[in-house]
Design a protein around this ligand. Sequence first.
Ligand code: DC
Length: 247
Amino acid sequence: MLVIPVITIDGPSGVGKSTLCKAIGRLLKWNILNSGAIYRSLALICIEQKINVLQLERSIKHILIDFNLNFVYKNNKFIVFLDNRDISQIIRKQEVSELSSYIAEKPLIRNALLQKQRDFLKTPGLIADGRDMGTIIFPDAKVKIFLNASLEERTKRRKLQLKKQGFSVNFEKLFNQIKDRDERDYNRKISPLLPASDALIINSEHISFKQVLNNTLQYAQEKYLIIKDNNLYQGLGIGNVKQHHKT
Ligand code: DC
């Protein structure tokens, strides 16, 4: 039986999971599952079709029949397509973020999404980012990463990211929004956010993105999931792999 390699990257909002995922995806030319985009797309469907979370929960199986979500790299950009519509920007809106967090608490919805997420597992490999990738969706993954950073640091980064996109937001308001989403992620009854027992925990607070990437790739090499090849790094213009450290 062909075993397709998987790297899972879990962690709280704004910790840099998707940036790490995209960088590894580009380097290894593996497929990407951005599971948060699935919850966000469902939130978008609710908003546009004017249905509430309860109605979504009741009709989730039916909705998923025609739910065609894809992640594509085009002109160096990571694009989320729902059917053939580019929804990359619209699903980042605050109201979508907020609603997706409530949708993610619903057991019927999470259960209905189990197979949908596993269907992204295709050759040559998959990098899956979310909250329960290592614990629930791909428990057999050989390489599991749990990224962490303080709420303050994540708020700072998100504020900067929004600023680059031309949005000015109040730090305190953003801090409280992320805090609320964290609470829902950590405390929900089904699939709460937590590191898998066999995950490598990387605290990204005081190290650069390059170090986070290096630590992840070094770990994947130690687990024999990828072959040590320094040419691998040329695409991103970064140096050789350094020693990772557990935190
Ligand atoms: O990672 P994100 O911010 O795009 O996720 C959007 C919401 O979906 C967030 O509130 C957490 C939730 N989520 C989840 O519960 N499980 C996942 N595997 C991914 C995201």
